[in-house]
Ligand binder design. Sequence first.
Ligand code: IP8
Length: 258
Amino acid sequence: MTQISLIKLGGSVITVKDRALTPNIKSIEELSRVFAKCGDPLIVIHGGGSFGHYWSVKYDMHTKPELYDPRGISVVHESMVALNQIIVKSMSDAGLAPYGISPISFFEDGKVNVTKFNELVEFTRRGIVPVIFGDMVHIREGRFSIVSGDSLMTRVATHLMPSRVIFTVNVDGIYKDMKNKKLVKVLNFPTSDISFKDSSIDVTGGMGRKISEAFEIARLGIDVNIVNGLDAERVFDILRGVEAKGTLIPAISNKGGG
Ligand code: IP8
């Protein structure tokens, strides 16, 4: 295991999801301060929220490689770079040394070249915080695909085996049901009796997708925390190993040949 915390900043935390192209500056700044306070090696991955998803919906672009409208490809990428810049600037103001990275730099011949992830460890050793974002990536022969921040979480976790994995969302964690908002504190196996209501603007799969990525990471033997990123103190607690309100998906051990 690498002594690194891997954290996903959900689009619903860093943007105002129902207001196009609107960053949630307050929450970005609070999280930046928490990251600076925690001081541990960190890799940040962020989603698209009302930036990338807004344009992906407008241009009907998805996670499947296709010949999408070039203007759509351009504007999704541009909006994600703009959002990344806002986050990088905020982290920098908080005293960190962030470095924005498009996932395109991990791709070679349409596939992720995982050895490129090793460089991220070198970044953190030098006190630099990689800030990777979901983006529109070229796969092959002019076909682009959205690569979501959640799928990057699994890919990076699989290769680097971080000691801590956190997904921030705009709710307190996973709810047993949406009506009475009963929080599931520990989720031991994927279950069908949990209901999700995902935003229609989310083109990459919303909460359901997030949970399946979280389970894939838990299967690597890593605890995964799902926490409300709108309350930065909870994120701080989890980063420093203190229990906080949220959902824990405990590491799944492979003992017994499972
Ligand atoms: O918000 C998708 O990342 P996600 C980013 O993590 C784009 O699903 C480009 C829509």
